[in-house]
Design a protein around this ligand. Structure first.
Ligand SMILES: *Cc1c(COP(=O)(O)O)cnc(C)c1O
Length: 439
């Protein structure tokens, strides 16, 4: 049974996953609430939507999954089986990818800390594509490569300093990430490029930038590519010829969350022509990489909670569910509005409605999107938060002694399985220091 009332439809016309109401209730009986539920078919479909968006690019196009958005081993394994790349930032992420069936060959490693020890560690694990983003990072990578006597493909992370229209900025006003094209100090893309080109164990691979997350106006990509082109042509005049094998345009493809946002196809329509001209103007048919964490994972997942209390306060009807921002941190941190609905739904309430969590903290109020349908709320009914697959279960925390909820997955064949066990309170107690009490 499919309940058509609870689907959201993205602008591309493809429905977010449908879970039958009956299935959600029987899973709640079996596993308790709250629980996360991931749809494997949606994860796979998002990869092909990304690939279709860039199908007009004349060279090779690859999607890279930014594992930080959701490092559940079954999610990683699903993407590994799609043969896509992985965008990683910590040695522990390399461990996750390798243990879940991915290979170091498919890793693009972009460190923030860029220490020599870290580079040695990931080189030993077999990673060979590394993005440097500071002069110190370059020196550390060169030393690590020389100590282990391995050849490394080095990318340079630039910060194109373009205006980004997004919820979360990675570029504008943020010097944390990437090098200026010509900063006037050794921390500039030009200086680091020159050094990489002159370092025998480093093979210059190409350029990387990452502009932000949930980017709802793709023109910043076009601007960044324009600046990169000017930089490449200028750098060749100063440093002589060098080949550009890869250009990685970072992440940021947005998720609807109940609104209209540009699709990968819209992004492709905006910039693929420009990228094809870039191939002509620099004379290199570079591999194009687009990273994504949010777009690839968000829509696949719902958080299922239960109404455990209701009350009137003045004109407002309060609906209490048995989860809080401990499982959906961005709702408190960023006031992020996830589409929410009661299952099965009912008539919209004439009163003002507030949806609140179980934590004793005033921040534990879920901002409700205007598209959310909270009609029909009754004690015991399920309340489903949609499009929660990115940056949520990786941020689950034990605030208020809350054990982590289970994560379930509906496989491509339709059967349900547990992909992260719920934490029991004994285990939580031990991990939080209970196991030190005897000392
Ligand atoms: C976080 C991050 C991404 C993923 O961003 P999304 O908004 O999830 O697509 C991609 N690249 C880098 C370097 C990142 O830090």
């Amino acid at each position: 049974m499919v309940d058509t009332r609870t689907q959201s439809v993205s602008r591309s016309g493809v429905a977010a996953p449908r879970f039958a109401d009956g299935d959600l209730y029987s899973l709640a009986e079996k596993h308790g609430t709250p629980y996360f539920l991931i749809d494997e078919a949606t994860l796979r479909r998002k990869v092909s939507e990304m690939e279709q968006g860039f199908s007009e690019y004349k060279g090779v196009f690859r999607v890279a999954y930014s594992v930080k958005a959701n490092f559940n081993p079954s999610v990683i394994r699903t993407f590994a089986s799609e043969g896509i790349l992985f965008d990683l930032t910590a040695p522990s992420e390399v461990v996750f990818v390798q243990k879940a069936g991915g290979s170091a060959e498919n890793v693009m490693y972009t460190s923030i800390t860029e220490t020599k020890a870290e580079y040695e560690q990931v080189l030993k694990m077999g990673v060979r594509k590394i993005v440097v983003a500071s002069h110190t990072g370059y020196l550390n990578l060169a030393e690590a490569a020389s100590k282990l006597n391995v050849t490394v493909n080095a990318m340079i992370r630039v910060n194109p300093e373009v205006h980004v229209h997004a919820e979360l900025h990675g570029s504008m006003g943020h010097g944390k990430f990437g090098l200026q094209f010509n900063g006037g100090s050794q921390d500039s893309a030009l200086v680091v490029l020159k050094k990489v080109l002159g370092t025998p164990l480093l093979r210059f691979e190409g350029f990387h930038f990452h502009l932000g997350s949930q980017i709802d106006d793709p023109s910043c990509y076009a601007e960044a590519i324009e600046k990169l082109e000017a930089f490449i042509l200028g750098a060749r005049r100063q440093l002589g010829e060098f080949r550009v094998n890869t250009i990685d345009i970072g992440g940021g493809v947005p998720v609807p969350y109940g609104r209209k946002v540009p699709t990968p196809k819209d992004l492709g329509d905006k910039i693929v022509g420009q990228l094809n001209s870039l191939v002509e103007s620099i004379g290199d048919r570079f591999m194009l990489v687009a990273e994504s964490g949010r777009f690839l994972t968000a829509e696949s997942t719902v958080l299922v909670t239960r109404v455990v209390n209701m009350k009137r306060f003045g004109e407002t009807k309060y609906i209490y569910v048995d989860a809080g921002y401990n499982v959906l941190l961005d709702s408190a941190l960023l006031k992020h509005e996830y589409p929410v609905d009661v299952v099965p739904g009912g008539k919209p309430s004439p009163q003002k409605v507030a949806l609140v969590g179980r934590l004793c903290d005033p921040l534990d109020v879920f901002p409700i999107s205007s598209r959310s349908k909270l009609g029909g709320a009754e004690l015991g009914k399920l309340v489903v938060f949609r499009e929660v697959g990115a940056y949520s279960l990786v941020m689950n925390m034990p605030f208020h002694s809350q054990p982590r909820p289970p994560v379930l997955m509906r496989g491509s064949q339709g059967s349900y399985s547990v992909v992260r066990k719920g934490q029991d309170v004994e285990r939580l107690f031990a991990d939080e220091g209970g196991d030190c009490l005897s000392n």
